[in-house]
Design a protein around this ligand. Structure first.
Ligand code: SAM
Length: 387
């Protein structure tokens, strides 16, 4: 158990989420969270009536310090949203003032203080800054935070370009704050329609097909086809009849879409923990396979939580090996274990993975079997059957 996150005599016991991670040595908050929360408290930025917007809070460290105020907490990660809820419960903190929004929801029109944890994806950051500038006024306090080494001059230029005059604090415990003053010229000219208009969407054609792949700002392989996925879509299972299939960790849906190309009647669930990923997959099915849409479901989920056991024929997965900035294999483990539970007897989990990751060992341990379907110098395609 870690020492609590202590600020202003408030002790918060915070877990990373999901809590049963293999790598328990990582903390659920960082020095940037601490600096941000301390700054707000030390400078008396809040009254009882102040409204806060908090962006990209990983596991609730920032939001749960301000749960007496009206807070909108915005994240693209369903895992972070679950983490916030879990940490509120374990600290007996009420969530009634906290509204959790996804990165595609409209922002509330008025807020007094905006606390912005800088995300890893600069595309997501620009998308969010374009939304923020529609509601920023000269009275709004805007404070961003990150590790000092991650705040480069190019990052500051983005704040300057999208919001206004930008200044930074001194570094404390290797974290830094960024302050932006609303530039009325930028904010007055901002497209005033809340939500809906996304500036960082990227669309490309899937090679050797007529499929267009649209990606919202925070989607994996937003710029081009992932090289692991490229090999994977060449080795998808042959489907004999109308099977129930899951594209697990679907991103933009490229794997499921490639399956739909030859099997338009497949019942297909696209699922991911990123709201933007699931929205992209949904748009891509609508645009490319409108006739198959009724057979498809789109689900924001943590792996396969709540999928009925023994209900699925085939699961296709290109597993992640990062959670935020941390490299980890706990998500792959959870995806494989959940797949075993969700598959019918005789059902197949088919995955692609980097050779060095040794996924065959995990599959052997969980399924008692695994088979090499294809490989190249970097990746392997593996199949495991639930016996
Ligand atoms: C390597 S990417 C693969 C994306 C896409 N299938 C492709 O091949 O381009 C892994 C995906 O898993 C998603 N992911 C990460 N953690 C997850 C979780 N706990 N539950 C569901 N999806 C998750 C990520 O958001 C990401 O889209």
């Amino acid at each position: 158990m870690f020492s609590p996150f202590i600020i202003n005599d408030k002790n918060l016991f915070l877990d990373r989420y999901p809590i049963n991670q293999v790598n328990r040595s990582l903390q659920a908050w960082d020095a940037a969270d601490e600096y941000l929360v301390n700054y707000v408290i030390d400078n008396d930025l809040l009254t009882d009536d102040s409204k806060l917007l908090i962006f990209n809070d990983n596991f609730g460290a920032v939001t749960l310090n301000f749960n007496q105020n009206k807070v909108h907490s915005i994240s693209d990660s369903f895992i972070s949203q679950l983490g916030l809820k879990h940490n509120a419960e374990q600290n007996n903190l009420a969530l009634e003032n906290i509204i959790q929004l996804s990165s595609l929801d409209d922002l509330p029109i008025k807020s007094d203080v905006i606390l912005y944890k800088i995300p890893k994806s600069k595309n997501l950051m620009v998308e969010q800054l374009c939304q923020i500038r529609k509601i920023l006024t000269s009275e709004t306090h805007f404070i961003a935070a990150d590790k000092a080494k991650s705040i480069q001059s190019s990052t500051l230029k983005l704040f300057e370009k999208h919001l206004g005059i930008t200044k930074t604090s001194l570094a404390v415990k290797k974290a830094r704050l960024v302050f932006c003053q609303c530039n009325p010229e930028l904010t007055n000219n901002a497209d005033t329609k809340l939500g809906q208009t996304y500036t960082q969407t990227k669309t490309w054609m899937l090679e050797n097909s007529n499929i267009t792949i649209k990606n919202y700002a925070n989607v994996f392989a937003r710029e081009k086809l992932d090289i692991g996925a490229r090999l994977f879509i060449q080795h998808l299972p042959e489907l004999t009849n109308e099977k129930k299939v899951i594209d697990l960790g679907c991103g933009n849906g490229v794997v499921g879409l490639s399956l739909l190309k030859n099997n338009p009647k497949t019942q297909l669930i696209f699922t991911d923990e990123s709201h933007m990923a699931v929205a992209s997959a949904k748009d891509n099915v609508q645009v490319n396979f409108a006739e198959s849409e009724a057979n498809c479901q789109f689900m924001v989920n943590d792996c396969l939580t709540d999928i009925e056991p023994q209900s699925v024929d085939i699961i296709l997965c290109n597993p992640p090996f990062h959670q935020q900035n941390a490299t980890t294999d706990h998500i792959a483990w959870q995806m494989f274990k959940d797949s075993y539970r969700a598959l019918k007897k005789g059902g197949e989990l088919r995955i692609v993975g980097n050779r060095q990751l040794g996924y065959h060992i995990k599959l052997q341990r969980i399924f008692g079997n695994e088979k090499l379907i294809a490989s190249n110098d970097k990746f392997v395609i593996l199949s495991a059957i639930k016996n």
